[in-house]
Design a protein around this ligand. Structure first.
Ligand code: ZN
Length: 152
């Protein structure tokens, strides 16, 4: 929600759908607990020794970077927005989880758990920073003016 308090040029409807998408994606990240445990039992899930792939920050960073590179090549605004929605969804989830277990930056391992105040600082500041970066690096489109007089 903080991301959309910054004017990034989306309609109210687009903002609503993007918020819903971020919420769902951020929640779905925890599905990998079931995948890693290969079980739906709470006991198995809470006794996991390793984390699932969706909790690997490197995985999402690579995915986001690939989408942003693709966007800069194709100039597709919807993919650009999707990349930022993914970035917001996983960064907020991972930072919240990092308060307890640290960030998983494969192949470098885990960071130490984030300090509670640093976690709150990141959760408060990153969406605004991402909104600023979204506007600053937004791909520009070539304006093609069609001269209808020459067609007829
Ligand atoms: Zn999680």
């Amino acid at each position: 929600m903080l991301f959309f308090t910054y004017d990034i040029g989306l309609t109210t409807q687009a903002r609503f759908y993007n918020v819903v998408f971020c919420t769902i994606l951020s929640s779905l990240i925890d599905i990998d607990h079931f995948i890693a445990a290969r079980s739906f039992k709470l006991k198995d899930i809470t006794n996991l020794k390793q984390r699932g792939i969706f909790h690997c920050t490197t995985f999402w960073l690579i995915l986001t970077l690939l989408l942003l590179v693709y966007t800069h090549i194709t100039k597709r605004l919807n993919i650009y927005t999707l990349a930022y929605m993914i970035l917001i969804a996983y960064s907020s989830h991972h930072i919240r989880d990092a308060n307890r277990r640290g960030l998983w930056l494969y192949p470098f391992g885990h960071t130490s758990p984030l300090n509670k105040y640093f976690y709150i600082f990141l959760i408060s500041v990153l969406p605004k920073l991402f909104a600023y970066l979204y506007v600053y690096f937004k791909p520009s489109y070539k304006n093609i003016v069609i001269n209808y007089d020459s067609i007829i």
